[in-house]
Design a protein around this ligand. Structure first.
Ligand SMILES: [Zn+2]
Ligand SMILES: [Zn+2]
Length: 350
């Protein structure tokens, strides 16, 4: 086994600096020195649900960038020193119909998650990237294109790909009328990507105080969701609505925004929702969802972002301030993604 330092919760829900074990490299593995890792809403949920003395250690973190430090003897895609990026899945069967379609995120055998997953070969629980090193199968790492800032690119690997796949699947391009609901980690990247794809992009937000950000992100317009007059006037105007709001809410007002044959993509993992089917019937509207992404689409996203100069708006904190980042994320106090700098883990604690 190899060891690395990281931030782990032992059942108390509080992250503490801990010495962690990583596996010795298998022939098709690479070891990555983690430089930057984004802080995602899933990390908050995982910590809140984590508890009890007997639960395995939880190390969150599943959107990271870093540098390859070692390669397994059969690993061929990467060399020591390569800049890489890794998202929220680190293995899958690679044989099922979903994997063959390049959608390893939907693997029929369930993909191995970057943390809290079960390793496919030895069954151990995976520990995430709030740590200085990660060891993974090389097929699940991406080359980080030159020119992408490694800190600001980290959130592309979860937040970015989660909005990219539906934008692509729904054929968003020049002239598509897109509304993005919620301007957070996912939402701000959805706006940047939709704009870069050439769409006419509108933001729907609870507060009018984001108007300056909306313009800076390249969107054409801000609709304030609590303003029934504005929302009513916007009925039927959009081909695609990407709803990134992650708390329970009525989808009806967003279905109302869709034009004939328009699609509402709900990306907030709401679980069971109830809708009035007439809201779909009138205008033949569609309701869909998405989450994470497959390897080919993620590679394509990174290339697209390098070409179009798209990265996340981030606030970098040393990893020792991880608790502060989680607490501020919980109250929405970030524009628009925290990224942890893991280099402070090299320094021995006083
Ligand atoms: Zn995430
Ligand atoms: Zn599969």
């Amino acid at each position: 086994m190899r060891s690395t330092r990281g931030w782990a919760a032992d059942g108390s829900g509080v992250l503490r600096r801990t010495l962690l074990e990583r596996r010795d490299l298998r022939p098709d593995d690479i070891a990555v020195r983690i430089d930057y890792c984004g802080v995602c809403h899933s990390d908050l949920h995982a910590l809140r649900e984590h508890g009890g003395e007997s639960t395995p250690l939880l190390v969150p973190g599943h959107e990271f960038t870093g540098v390859v430090t070692e390669v397994g003897r059969e690993a061929e895609r990467f060399a020591v020193g390569d800049a890489v990026a890794v998202g929220n899945i680190v293995d899958a069967c690679l044989r099922c119909d979903m994997c063959e379609a390049g959608q390893e995120n939907f693997c029929r055998e369930f993909p191995t998650l970057t943390y809290g997953g079960a390793d496919r070969r030895d069954g151990t629980v995976t520990l995430g990237a709030f740590a200085r090193e990660y060891v993974l199968r090389e097929d699940f790492a991406h080359r980080l294109p030159e020119g992408l800032d490694p800190a600001a690119a980290a959130p592309l690997l979860c937040a970015g790909i989660t909005v990219w796949e539906p934008l692509r699947a729904l054929g968003v391009g020049p002239g598509t009328r897109v509304a993005v609901v919620g301007l957070g980690g996912l939402g701000h990247l959805a706006v940047k990507l939709a704009v870069a794809l050439g769409a006419r992009t509108t933001v729907v937000s609870r507060s009018a105080d984001k108007a300056a950000d909306v313009r800076r992100l390249g969107a054409d317009e801000l609709l304030v969701s609590g303003d029934s007059g504005t929302m009513g006037a916007a009925r039927g105007r959009f081909d695609v609505v990407l709803d990134t709001v992650a708390i329970a809410h009525d989808l009806g007002p967003y279905l109302d925004l869709l034009a004939l044959d328009g699609t509402l993509a709900q990306l907030g993992h709401l679980g069971t929702v109830s809708i009035e089917t007439t809201d779909l019937l009138i205008g033949r509207k569609r309701l869909t969802s998405a989450g994470s992404g497959g390897m080919p689409q993620t590679a394509q996203l990174l290339e697209f972002c390098a070409e179009h100069d798209v990265v996340a708006d981030i606030e970098i904190l040393p990893s020792s301030r991880v608790e502060e980042s989680l607490e501020r994320l919980a109250r929405g106090d970030v524009r628009y993604r925290f990224v942890l700098d893991l280099s402070d883990l090299d320094v021995a604690t006083p």
